[in-house]
Design a protein around this ligand. Structure first.
Ligand SMILES: Cc1ncc(COP(=O)(O)O)c(C=O)c1O
Length: 364
């Protein structure tokens, strides 16, 4: 059994299938910072509850100013959205690509947005033999017939980063061949050592960088993301033509507050730098499990124990992990787990040790 859900975080569906209360499940399927929403934001929301009574600023000027100054880019390069997802759909709608290239496995919403826009999609399959990375041969696939390429750095679900030199070569080749390049940096905030492509935007006029604030700042229910691009014509066109007020007042407030919460940001780095290697090493030590070394706050793995439905077995332990069987290019052996608090990570490791030894997998 595997849930039909396209995304992680669907604990309601999982709990219903198991006949248990959703609150009893530990959710390793959505990659959300376990430190929870920053206290500074909780305070700001409580102190500004009256914002719910008015329309938000339709231009979101203060929000855009705060995002622009965070990245030290002109304000007209920045467009916030109701989560990054809204911008994936807006951007595809306005770019109106006829032919797009997607890497598989990858995040499902690129395909949905492109399909909705009537775009023809070609898949470039990443292989386990190449460690789920494109190599130089990928550049040959970037021909002038293409209109659009999505990349995700770090990729979801593999958690791996493209080699920086190759990433820039891809951006250059897209630029030369008139291909709009959309780079999803939804999880880059978890990697303080990586600057991403925002500093290179001036060099690549058809490059669109997408960021999410829902994961790092644990505001997946509040919703906030943004796009940064030097293609001010496109940014403006989307700004002018999209529906008004899609970002609620508290999400807009969040964008003005959280990026300045350095205490929270530092605490998050401390948590991840301790728990990322610890959970990786714990999973890596399990028999029958192959794990890829993560770069962000989630871990990709393969279970080689025959007949083992890891998601179902862990649900019996009140733990929900993300199966990856519905990612094109993967099958039922692949899973993704979020890196959570030390206590929750211990529960996952204990539960895995139990289900593996109970089901006779120890000899694998
Ligand atoms: C790679 C990737 N991009 C974008 C998103 C969507 O982010 P948001 O919550 O900001 O819409 C997700 C959500 O899971 C994701 O995994």
């Amino acid at each position: 059994m595997a849930f039909s859900s396209q995304h992680g975080g669907n604990i309601i569906e999982a709990a219903a299938v198991m006949g248990v209360d959703a609150s009893s499940l530990i959710d390793f399927s959505a990659n959300i910072n376990p430190l929870g929403m920053p206290d500074s934001l909780k305070r700001a929301i409580v102190e500004n509850l009256a914002l719910a009574e008015r329309y938000p600023d339709v231009e979101y000027s203060a929000l855009h100013q705060s995002l622009a100054s965070h990245h030290q880019v002109p304000q007209e390069w920045v467009l916030a959205g109701n989560g990054e997802t809204e911008l994936i759909f807006n951007l595809v709608q306005h770019l109106a690509p006829r032919r797009a290239l997607l890497l598989t496995p990858g995040f499902a919403e690129y395909r949905r947005a492109l399909t909705r826009a009537g775009c023809e999609i070609t898949d470039f399959h990443l292989s386990e033999e190449n460690d789920w990375q494109p190599d130089e041969s990928f550049l040959q696939a970037l021909t002038p017939e293409l209109d659009c390429l999505f990349l995700c750095t770090p990729n979801n679900p593999t958690g791996l980063m493209l080699d920086n030199g190759l990433l820039l070569a891809i951006a250059q080749r897209c630029c030369e061949n008139g291909i709009s390049l959309i780079v999803d940096e939804a999880f880059l905030d978890f990697m303080p050592e990586e600057a991403g492509l925002i500093p290179d935007l001036l060099r690549f006029p058809k490059l669109y960088v997408l960021r999410s604030l829902t994961k790092f700042f644990a505001i997946a229910g509040l919703r906030l993301g943004y796009m940064v691009s030097a293609d001010t014509e496109m940014v403006n066109r989307i700004r002018q033509q999209r529906e008004p007020w899609t970002i609620n007042a508290f999400a807009a407030l969040a964008g003005e507050v959280i990026l300045n919460d350095h205490k929270y940001i530092e605490a998050s780095y401390r948590w991840l730098s301790a728990e990322q290697p610890r959970l990786f090493n714990g999973l890596n030590a399990l028999p029958g499990i192959k794990v890829w070394r993560p770069r962000a706050n989630y871990i990709f793995m393969r279970c080689d124990i025959p007949g083992f439905e890891l998601q179902r077995l862990l649900l019996e332990e009140n733990i929900l992990i993300r199966h990856c069987a519905n990612y094109p290019g993967l099958d039922a052996r692949y899973y993704r787990v979020a890196i959570k608090s030390p206590a929750d990570n211990d529960k996952l490791l204990d539960a895995l040790r139990r289900v593996i030894s109970n089901k006779g997998g120890a000899g694998v």
